[in-house]
Ligand binder design. Structure first.
Ligand code: EPZ
Length: 422
């Protein structure tokens, strides 16, 4: 396993290109199952999660080819000959469950392993099941697998999600594109990745209105055709790299960044004393003073503050002037980064879903352990500002969601390298 060593090296300066969104690509790829014609994605990120989704789709019979060094994914699902998403793939990546809706719509059956828990929480699938059952699917849990079938095909339905789940919204919208009749999905998630999915489905011939709002209306059609679609910019990678100059000082321009992808996050940075300026190439970020101000953060569904940027914000608050309170309302156990930041001298108290952070003038480099994707990157960010060397172990977590992280940070002056553990 590899580690990343980062040494606090003063202010950063330069440009960081932002890639296509992991969480958009992971729902756009299963959409290929909805059509017998080719679906091609451009601006795809080069990540291990994308490779995992590729092998899952190939195991179902889809042809998936990576072109142009992974930036283009050409897919074709004219013959799907397997209906099972196995545990050994799904347990590695929860997003594998996004083949459930498309397979039900295309084949009328699907066997998908429950993902099992992960570092940040139990992450069940009851909301996915309730929505698909409302559309006439019969789903039962057997040996840890959801056995789903839709004899006679799915039917349009009016359904309200108990919680605005991103994955449940994506599975339901994809399933509804080929259902008989109209589906009205209420309390739908509003994330930009869902808007991107709907735009792609519409290019494939789907009849969908309301993406980005809490009510999405899908008029089922008989079949979908092929399309080519660019993956939307990754707002979580964008937000992550916006923290880099905030915590280390200096000024960084995030190429491809757009304010509407990170509005709530940028407002919090502004409150903390970080300037975010739209340029024609992206977002330019700089710290106004020598030290940021402590601000309170509460994670919410989009358009609120994203849970996927909570760990990165906590790293910044560890060096802020004052005390900040972070409320994590989306996942039940998403403070795994706190004990590791404490090893770097941070002053954090966690009580259930709330963390209190008292800022310290300087963090100290230390050997730390990555646990989940976003926790890992928060340790790298803290290392940019810490005195001395921080060695982050188990960086395979990072490879899931950050392409070329070392190269991107080195490009703006960070003192960072990746080493193979002896
Ligand atoms: C997506 O996960 C993202 N993953 C996550 O990003 C992100 O944190 C999450 O949305 C919230 O924004 C992808 O898009 C691939 P949810 P998803 O369904 O769809 C509970 C990252 O770091 N829930 O909105 O799984 C669930 O337990 C990852 O890139 C149920 O109770 O998230 C959680 O507490 C991490 N029953 C909450 O809802 C269900 O049936 C949010 O889950 C489904 C979810």
């Amino acid at each position: 396993m590899d580690s990343i060593i980062v040494t606090g090296n003063g202010p950063l300066s330069g440009q960081i290109p932002i890639a296509g969104a992991k969480n958009a690509c992971l729902t756009l790829m299963p959409a290929t199952l909805l059509s017998e014609e080719p679906l091609t994605l451009t601006n795809a990120p080069r990540l291990s999660d994308i490779k995992t989704m590729t092998s899952l789709l190939q195991s179902l019979g889809a042809e998936v080819t990576s072109l142009q060094d992974g930036q283009v994914i050409a897919m074709s699902s004219h013959n799907i000959d397997n209906d099972t998403a196995h545990y050994d793939i799904v347990r590695k990546m929860r997003a594998s469950n996004l083949v459930l809706g498309p397979m039900l719509a295309r084949l009328g059956r699907a066997i998908v392993s429950l993902p099992g828990g992960c570092a940040i929480g139990a992450r069940p699938m009851d909301l996915h099941v309730a929505a698909l059952e409302a559309m006439g699917a019969e789903i039962e849990l057997k040996d840890g697998y959801l056995h789903a079938k839709a004899p006679g095909g799915l039917k349009g339905a009016v359904h309200e999600l108990r919680f605005a789940s991103v994955g449940a919204t994506e599975n339901t919208v994809m399933a509804a594109t080929l259902a008989k009749g109209t589906t009205v999905l209420r309390n739908a998630a509003r994330e930009p990745e869902i808007v991107d999915l709907v735009r792609c489905l519409r290019k494939m011939g789907a009849q969908i209105e309301g993406e980005g709002t809490s009510e999405i209306v899908i008029q089922g059609v008989d079949r979908l055709h092929g399309a080519t679609h660019p993956v939307v910019t990754d707002r979580i990678e964008l937000g992550t790299y916006m923290i880099a100059p905030a915590i280390a000082g200096g000024e960084v321009e995030c190429l491809g960044g757009r304010m509407e992808l990170v509005t709530a996050f940028a407002e919090k940075l502004d409150e903390a004393g970080i300037s975010v300026e739209e340029t024609e190439k992206g977002l330019k970020v700089a710290r106004r003073n020598d030290r940021v101000r402590a601000v309170n953060v509460k994670t919410e569904v989009f358009p609120g503050f994203p849970t996927d940027l909570q760990a990165q914000m906590m790293a910044l608050m560890c060096t802020a002037e004052g005390e900040s309170v972070l409320d994590e309302t989306i996942f039940e156990n998403r403070f795994m980064h706190a004990p590791e930041l404490i090893r770097m001298g941070a002053d954090i108290e966690v009580h259930g879903g709330q963390a209190r952070v008292r800022g310290v003038a300087r963090l100290k480099g230390a050997p730390v352990m990555a646990t989940d994707l976003r926790a890992s990157v928060s340790l790298i960010l803290a290392g940019l500002a810490a005195e001395g060397e921080t060695k982050v172990a188990r960086v395979y977590h990072l490879d899931r969601g950050y392409e070329n992280l070392v190269r991107k940070l080195r490009g703006v002056g960070a003192h960072i390298e990746r080493v193979a553990d002896e």
